[in-house]
Design a protein around this ligand. Structure first.
Ligand code: AMP
Ligand code: ZN
Length: 139
């Protein structure tokens, strides 16, 4: 896709701070560096996000995550690492070429904040919702 910034990085048309490359996947430093070492892992195939991704591409992308996560953590001496993926604008996606964020964590008060709001569990509602989602899972 001509206008896609990550396709241009993959093609070498615009520069990036590359940390890993093979025939299917590229990893490079995120320009925003939310925390030092913030890295993006992208499939070389242009696909909008996980919602449009084939199982094959998902396997190729996810199979590289453990070694890249270990490399980022050990190179930065981080204490831990979040792996994040945003799908569509409402979820914070701003570049519409699928990518996984590897974000090293140095302490729980650093520049990344993730909060899961907790609600009292309604087990009947949970069962109904789980069944509704289960019915949508395709082979
Ligand atoms: P998202 O909001 O999940 O779509 O993440 C897109 C990420 O791409 C943001 O964290 C940006 O900082 C990052 N980004 C955008 N342009 C570039 C670029 N040219 N090189 C590296 N990272 C980029
Ligand atoms: Zn692209």
């Amino acid at each position: 896709m001509d206008s896609c910034i990550f396709c241009k990085i993959i093609a070498g048309e615009i520069p990036s701070s590359k940390v890993y490359e093979d025939d299917k996947v590229l990893a490079f430093l995120d320009i925003s560096q939310t925390t030092p070492g913030h890295t993006l892992v992208v499939p070389k195939e242009h696909v909008r996000n996980v919602l449009e991704m084939s199982e094959k591409t998902a396997l190729e992308l996810s199979s590289r995550l453990p070694k890249l996560a270990r490399a980022v953590k050990s190179a930065t001496n981080a204490k831990g690492l979040n792996i994040l993926n945003n799908n569509e604008e409402v979820a914070g996606q701003s570049v519409f070429h699928a990518h996984i964020h590897l974000i090293p964590r140095y302490d729980s008060n650093d520049e990344l904040s993730i909060t899961f709001t907790e609600h009292e569990p309604d087990f009947d509602a949970l069962a109904k919702l789980a069944q509704k989602i289960a019915n949508e899972v395709t082979a």
